[in-house]
Design a protein around this ligand. Structure first.
Ligand code: PEP
Ligand code: MG
Length: 593
């Protein structure tokens, strides 16, 4: 059913899933699905016929364009191929759609392109809700045509246009979905937060929002339809609420919440210099996850003991061409020097999946998460892989660096990756370029086959780091970014807990250590379980790090061990979760929101 936008001054609360904490208050900038939302502005009544004419003119221009394309395609590829444009022309000239747009302009007194956009959105939303793959394709066709019409509106705007529509101003993005690259490319000086219809806690978009410190909410049904550009909203990245047109008393209430949160977080800064150890003196290394080298000051401020995961793909693939060996050497050297004497672990490129591909693919992959990603790409693109490994080796003289390979599924890949590393070392020797011969080498345990083979892998490396974001997805066969199956995505799934235990045991039996850098490590409710399972290092986002430190310092290792033993016998996710959560609440309820 068509859905109305909320009127301009009603206070409305929309709910989703909070994925990145923080509170912000600003006007909205809406980004629709597949189509760029045009700005909206009110028109005077005497402008109505002018707006209707603009709409008709845009349709007319589009009609000529589509007919021309149709003819060209017919000449090149034949009649059959050109039929799609016949369908596009029918969509363009659909009588009921035209009536809706004209009535909309008359009744809403809004500019033609926005009314057209809103009508198209109601159509495509209704079609998509039917969940029929054939009809979903038709929604894409409709958007295709609509995008063309929107581009053909004559752009001279009357002066009523609101000035604040300029997204150069500080704003909160409300979007159907954002890709990790959209998030990386966001103008952070202007974008205070974002809310999307799609997405999940473990998507890279959400992880990036946390590391960039941008409050974010995902999974708000029909957000794009319900919110319009320029509406003022509060985005509460703690509770997952978006409040449209908040009343003065609501703003006051949230300002107070914001002050309290800040005070609480400032209190944790005192812990910066203290050790991460339990009440009975069991040490855990607490390090930070980063995506960009400019996060280094945050790592220091949070009191991290090193970097447990530098996801290099956003740095390498975020800005056009992949930086060459020299430019990479500079960045990794800064990271090494920035955290010394602690260890900084550089993870080699993890392209693919829901992240950017290393190169344009000839055709889309049917199952990107099971496809060309992680170490598979690096091994297939040896030149690119060697540039990165040589840069890491050259940087290793500036501090304590480690290298880690992502998405390893078995021993062969580890041996192959180590061979390439050895080749780089030999070259540097010949070139008389210094590096640390004892560079620590690790693998991520994020594929069940790697966890099961951990005893073999442990003989080849210096450490493991468990990537629970992927380990859960591959163990339970649940797409980490698909909200339709998110109820199955449980870090405490007994199968996942057993794989973690197997990994930890295999590492200790072979004299190496195991860390965890997936998002599970940031969940305060699960800290007792991870400490009890014997994980040696936790690597978390800088915003969460002080809280995890405080949590560990409130726990008793022997109690955690006893509880984890019980957890390993449990048959259901919720039983394991409740055991750990119970201990977390008893030990530091004041930290958990
Ligand atoms: C993981 O899978 O847990 C992990 C840390 O890697 P990423 O989230 O980058 O896939
Ligand atoms: Mg991963």
């Amino acid at each position: 059913m068509p859905m109305a936008l909320y009127s301009s001054n009603e206070e409305i609360i929309l709910s989703g899933t909070a994925v990145s904490p923080g509170l912000v208050f600003a006007p909205v900038h809406v980004i629709g699905r597949g189509m760029i939302a045009p700005d909206v502005y009110e028109i005077k009544e005497y402008y109505v016929s002018n707006e209707i004419d603009r709409f008709k003119a845009a349709v007319e221009v589009t009609k000529h364009q589509l007919s021309d394309i149709q003819k060209k395609i017919e000449a090149i590829s034949g009649e059959q191929e050109a039929l799609i444009f016949e369908a596009h022309l029918m969509i363009l000239q659909d009588k009921s759609l035209h009536t809706k747009v004209i009535n909309g302009i008359e009744q809403r007194l809004q500019n033609a392109e926005f009314v057209y956009y809103a009508v198209i959105q109601t159509y495509t939303e209704a079609i998509r809700r039917m969940n029929d793959p054939y009809l979903s394709e038709r929604a894409v066709d409709i958007e295709d045509v609509a995008q063309r019409v929107l581009r053909n509106f004559i752009s001279a705007e009357p002066e009523q246009k609101a000035e604040e529509t300029n997204p150069e101003h500080k704003h909160i993005i409300v979007a159907y979905d954002l890709t990790p690259s959209d998030t990386v490319l966001m103008d952070r000086s202007q974008t205070l937060g974002f809310a999307t219809e799609q997405g999940s806690v473990n998507s890279h978009t959400a992880i990036l929002a946390r590391s960039l410190g941008i409050p974010a909410i995902v999974g708000i049904p029909d957000a794009v339809m319900k919110v319009r550009s320029l509406t003022h909203i509060i985005l509460d990245g703690y509770s997952g609420k978006v409040i449209l047109n908040p009343k003065p008393e609501t703003i006051k209430k949230y300002r107070k919440v914001q002050r309290n949160k800040r005070e609480r977080e400032d209190g944790l800064e005192e812990l910066k210099e203290s050790k991460t150890q339990t009440v009975d003196n069991h040490r855990i290394v607490l390090s930070a996850n980063i995506e960009f080298d400019h996060e280094l000051p945050l790592v220091e401020r949070a009191g991290a003991e090193g970097i447990g995961l530098f996801r290099t793909e956003f740095y390498l693939l975020g800005g056009g061409e992949i930086p060459d060996e020299n430019r990479q050497t500079k960045v990794y050297s800064d990271v090494a020097a920035g955290v010394q004497p602690h260890l900084a672990i550089i993870r080699t490129l993890d392209a693919g999946g829901d992240k950017l591909p290393a190169e344009p693919l000839p055709e889309p992959e049917p199952n990107p998460f099971l496809g060309w990603r992680g170490i598979r790409v690096s091994l297939a693109r040896k030149g690119m892989f060697k540039d990165q490994l040589r840069a890491i080796l050259r940087a290793s003289v500036h501090g304590r660096l480690g290298v880690m390979f992502p998405l390893v599924s078995g021993l062969k890949e580890v041996i192959q990756a180590k061979d390439v590393l050895k080749e780089c070392m030999d070259e540097l020797h010949k070139e008389d370029i210094p590096f640390n011969e004892k560079l620590e080498v690790g693998v991520m345990i994020e594929v069940p086959s790697a966890a099961i083979m951990a005893d073999s892998l442990a003989k080849e490396v210096d450490f493991f780091s468990i990537g629970t974001n992927d380990l859960i997805q591959y163990t339970v066969a649940v797409d980490r970014v698909n909200k339709n199956v998110s109820s199955l995505y449980k870090p405490t799934n007994p199968a996942v807990i057993r794989l973690i235990q197997m990994t930890v045991d295999a590492s200790h039996d072979n004299g190496i250590w195991t860390g965890m850098c997936g998002e599970m490590a940031s969940d305060l409710n699960l800290t007792p379980l991870l400490v009890g399972l014997g994980v040696d290092e936790l690597s978390v986002g800088t915003h969460q790090l002080p809280k995890i430190k405080k949590a560990i310092r409130s726990l008793t290792h022997s109690d955690c061990q006893a509880m984890s033993k019980e957890a390993l016998k449990a048959r259901y996710s919720h039983e394991i979760y409740e055991l750990s959560q119970g201990m977390a609440h008893d030990s530091y309820h004041f930290l958990i929101d």
